[in-house]
Write a protein that binds this ligand. Structure first.
Ligand code: UGA
Length: 443
């Protein structure tokens, strides 16, 4: 089938490449000529395991092309996927200008039936807005052709995006036209083989399902983070509590890991956007507000522990930071806990020596060269001249370090583990003080 994808960011690229991989003819459109040039010369603008190889093989097979030509995109695909960004407005609500610009562009160039598929995470009611823009633009042009708008939210996780798309837990299709639903079912058939995972529903329920999923997951994390602080206060071990409650299948083991807060481009933005949607409709959402507030505070927990350990004064201290991305296996630093920590350390007069397996370029892009930030070539070099070590992102390579070498290198033998990623007992038997998130203290 012929498919056009507007937006060559995370969701657009993964969707495009995976649809091409199963044999569709995919044209990806982006307004950024630099990005398209990069993709057309074999480069990939984001780090995602497996993506580069798939782009290469599908381009070579002629099933995947990149262009800035919106008109060609509209002519090409029966399916017009909208996978552009929805950055938060100042009040936290999703900014729909890019989504609606694509809708307008499709309507400006279409002369036969098209299906506009909302893939971006968009607030409830967006499909109606997209349909209105298309209707109005077609009317202005005096073109009388049919179209449908479908909500088809994406549930992929960064770092596992290809796998999530290829083997989805569910495929949500929100449509008020059963015939269009069947066309989407056919498009997704290669990803829907072992048993039927495609759920057809009305458009608004599909739109809300996406926010509900992310808000639920964020709630689990904030709940555990709140409990980790209570565990510290009462002298309990949150890791024991986690296993204790996870064994109840109604609670489950997944997504109840306490840490120094959730980040990324989705949870923080989506929780805030859902809160704004509700508020805009006259409903004051108390739980969503608390989920966000707990996360905001949790991102400061590491700094508070470091400051307390050093008696309240961090002036002139050098803190080694392991892990800068918002989670392992990505270079994405949007809303990363590392940023809150580093900025607090700088404000307090400390220097940072940081290492991340892939997010160093991104760090330089965000912060540029600055005298209070050194990027080390590897994890152990980050410890040179450092007073303390903080683990912010639980990359696999940080999980079992040589504790003796860490102790020998640090000026003060102390580790702050923001993800409960290492064995605190091993650290403490090597003579290191060990601070965690809600575990029993080993100091
Ligand atoms: C999230 C959802 O997991 C995906 O299902 C969804 O499709 C995606 O958002 C989206 O809306 O596009 P992602 O942002 O890639 O995916 O990252 P996650 O793996 O969910 O992690 C989010 C944050 O939660 C990370 O900072 C992670 O460290 C933190 N986290 C996760 C915890 O603190 N504890 C946990 O138990 C799990």
């Amino acid at each position: 089938m012929d498919v056009t994808i507007f937006g060559s960011g995370y969701v657009g690229l993964v969707t495009g490449v995976c649809l091409a991989e199963v044999g569709n003819n995919v044209l990806c459109i982006d307004i950024d000529p630099k990005k398209i040039e990069l993709l057309n010369s074999g480069g990939v603008p984001i780090f995602e395991p497996g993506l580069e190889e798939l782009i290469k093989s599908n381009r070579e097979a002629g099933r995947l092309r990149f262009s800035t030509d919106a008109e060609a995109g509209v002519k090409h695909g029966l399916f017009q996927f909208i996978a552009v960004g929805t950055p938060p407005d100042e009040d936290g609500s999703a900014d729909l200008q890019y989504v609606l610009a694509v809708a307008k562009s499709v309507a400006e160039h279409m002369d036969s039936y098209r299906i506009l598929v909302d893939k971006s995470t968009v607030p409830v009611g967006t499909a109606d807005k997209v349909a209105k823009v298309v209707r109005d633009t077609l009317a202005k042009r005096g073109v009388d052709t049919e179209f449908d708008v479908v909500s088809n939210p994406e549930f992929l996780k960064e770092g596992a995006a290809i796998e999530d798309f290829m083997r989805p837990d569910r495929i949500i299709v929100g449509t008020d036209n059963p015939r269009t639903g069947e066309l989407l079912r056919a498009l997704y058939a290669p990803f829907n083989r072992s048993h039927d995972r495609l759920m057809m529903m009305d458009i608004k329920s599909a739109e809300l399902t996406k926010y509900a999923a992310n808000a639920m997951l964020a709630t689990k994390i904030s709940f555990m983070n709140e409990l980790s602080n209570i565990a510290e206060a009462v002298g309990a071990d949150i890791e024991k509590v986690r296993v204790g409650i996870g064994s109840d299948p109604r609670i489950g083991y997944q997504f109840i890991y306490p840490g120094c807060g959730y980040g990324g481009s989705c949870f923080p933005k989506d929780v805030r956007a859902l809160e704004q949607t509700a508020r805009g409709l006259g409903y004051e959402p108390q739980l969503l507000h608390a989920v966000e507030a707990v996360n905001f505070r949790q991102k400061e927990v590491l700094f508070d522990k470091i400051k307390a350990h050093f008696g309240g004064d961090l002036t002139g201290k050098t803190i080694a930071v392991w892990g800068l991305s918002f989670k392992p296996n990505t270079d994405d630093m949007r809303e990363a806990s590392s940023r809150v920590l580093m900025e607090s350390l700088w404000d307090a007069g400390a220097k940072v020596r940081a290492f991340d397996p892939v997010a160093m370029d991104e760090t330089t892009r965000i912060y540029g060269e600055r005298p209070d930030l050194d990027l080390a070539p590897d994890a152990m070099s980050a410890l040179e001249e450092a007073d303390a070590l903080v683990i912010v992102t639980e990359w696999a390579q940080f999980r079992s370090p040589n504790f003796q070498s860490i102790k020998d290198k640090l000026k003060h033998p102390v580790i702050f583990d923001g993800r409960n990623a290492i064995d605190g007992r091993l650290a403490s038997s090597a003579g290191l003080s060990y601070y965690s998130i809600g575990r029993l203290p080993l100091i």
